[in-house]
Design a binder for this molecule. Structure first.
Ligand code: UN1
Length: 498
């Protein structure tokens, strides 16, 4: 039975005035559920609920907030398999990756829960006697979380986990491709017992709901993961309001294969990095830059392995790659394959939509690789599908120059057994993340996640020790217990003793 969901505002699921839309399984075309396009008035109601809740939530001791996160993590654990299946059915990633998506929430909620008992500030000596100086983190206020479809549990998990432990209430707007995952996510938080209005979720369009959240005067930070052009708009809007912003906007991540690389290890990483999640990760390896000495061997192995990948029903444990997430994703991927063919890139493997039988009900594209020139569009533009561009490099310097020639800078990787190249790459690659002897995907939650260049401003990092920065500001406190007026910078004579 197809369930009709409402909006989650002020601790209740409620009906919306907005027109409804369907969410479908990209492998089968089946309708999974329907959701409303929230109206402007409903955006205002959700922010109002978040604002009212914030006033209490910010006063809840941080360790207590952390306990609720831990409680939510336990529920996510209990429901992991059911939630993973929903991720796979709504988004199309294979079930092992669906489980990974939910596990990433569990990991981050556990990590963020501990932050409730840390959230360290500093104590700093004063230049005056009998005076103490310290810093504390304060929550910025109600925040907006705008999340993509490719990690429909993990990314709401990173953003909400940090916001909640920091003391912020939030309004979540998930992608219209994965509202069911978001609804199931919110149901867990509701069950965990977060106070009324701390958690709110609205489905609907970017132009009404997303923009309505961003522009609302009571929303004090926005965290957005998605495309560069929307990200630029979010950044500009946030600048006008002088609010904090977290942006993670994609990549064109490269794996560099040096001539001394362990080829088997490299190929395992390339297949996972390029075709995991059907290439629909911001961190996906969409370029493979190969040292000329091993180029032919690597290309041969790549073709052999890509031909063997099993594409099909993502719920089948034996399948390696599922469908892409939507008709638009399929169209864009096929368009880029067309660009490659038209511009004279050499098609190495794949290059077609899969047809016949169950393939006709979904959006299945073959794992594809092209040998491309370094100026080719396929070498520079983000595709966000199972299409890998292979480039030949003369040496280490040349490989790094190619890797850095794109406008993005999220993840990067080098395969080598030579310490010189691995340590130099750590510094030379223009990216927020560098892997050595591992593919570009698979970031862990206890480390900062984010990029440089047009992937997003370098001061925005999700997860890890930096997670709280998005949702808190520093308050500096001076406590003068001398009992008299002391003047910093002026009372320079009386500095000795009390
Ligand atoms: C993303 O694609 O936006 O590192 C997030 C990874 C995952 C997260 C990807 N843990 O590939």
């Amino acid at each position: 039975m197809v369930q009709d969901f409402g909006l989650f505002i002020g601790g209740k699921w409620r009906k919306s005035e907005g027109k409804r839309f369907e969410t479908r399984n990209p492998a089968t075309g089946d309708v999974l559920a329907t959701f409303p396009n929230a109206t402007k008035a409903e955006v205002n109601e959700a922010v109002k609920a978040a604002k009212a809740a914030f006033e209490k939530w910010k006063k809840t001791p941080a360790p207590r907030r952390g306990e609720l996160l831990l409680q939510a993590a336990r529920i996510f654990k209990r429901k992991k398999e059911d939630l993973a299946r929903i991720v796979t059915m709504e988004m199309g990633k294979i079930i092992a990756e669906g489980r990974g998506d939910v596990q990433e929430v569990i990991d981050f909620y556990e990590y963020a829960a501990g932050e409730g008992r840390r959230m360290f500030g500093e104590t700093v000596p004063s230049e005056l006697p009998n005076k103490m100086c310290l810093t504390v983190r304060l929550p910025v206020g109600p925040v907006g979380l705008i999340t993509p479809w490719n990690f429909p549990m993990a990314i709401p998990g990173w953003k909400s986990g940090a916001a909640l432990v920091a003391g912020c209430s939030f309004v979540l707007k998930p992608s219209s491709l994965t509202p069911l995952c978001a609804a199931k996510f919110v149901e867990v938080l509701d069950e965990a017992g977060f106070p009324t209005g701390v958690v709110n979720m609205l489905t609907g369009s970017g132009s009404v709901v997303g923009d309505g959240i961003i522009q609302h005067p009571d929303i004090r930070a926005v965290s957005f993961t998605g495309g560069v052009e929307t990200g630029r708009y979010v950044y500009e809007s946030a600048a006008k309001k002088m609010i904090k912003v977290g942006l993670e906007l994609g990549g064109k991540n490269a794996i560099i294969a040096m001539d001394d690389a362990n080829i088997d290890l490299l190929m395992d990483g390339v297949m996972f990095g390029a075709f995991g999640t059907a290439g629909q990760r911001c961190t996906a390896a969409s370029r493979l830059i190969v040292h000329r000495k091993i180029y032919d061997q690597v290309v041969d192995e790549l073709v052999e392995r890509a031909e063997k990948l099993k594409v099909g029903d993502p719920l089948d444990e034996k399948v390696d790659m599922g469908p892409v997430a939507s008709p638009d994703q399929e169209k864009k991927t096929l368009e880029y394959i067309g660009v490659g063919k038209k511009e004279g890139d050499k098609l190495l493997v794949g290059g077609e939509r899969l047809k016949g039988g169950a393939y006709d009900n979904g959006f299945f594209v073959q794992p594809t690789a092209f040998a491309v020139d370094r100026k080719a569009r396929l070498a520079l533009e983000e595709i966000f599908g199972p299409v890998l561009s292979v480039l030949k490099a003369k040496d280490y310097e040349d490989a790094v120059a190619i890797a850095n020639s794109v406008k993005y800078g999220l993840s990067s990787s080098i395969y080598t057994n030579d310490l010189r190249w691995s340590f130099r790459a750590m510094h030379d690659l223009e990216a927020g993340i560098t892997y050595v002897n591992a593919p570009t995907i698979g970031a862990e939650v206890q480390l900062p996640f984010g990029g440089t260049k047009e992937t997003g401003p370098t001061d925005t990092r999700e997860a890890g020790t930096t997670a709280l920065d998005e949702f808190t500001y520093w308050k500096t406190v001076y406590v003068d217990y001398s009992g008299r007026l002391q003047k910093a910078q002026i009372d320079t004579e009386k500095l000795v003793g009390g």
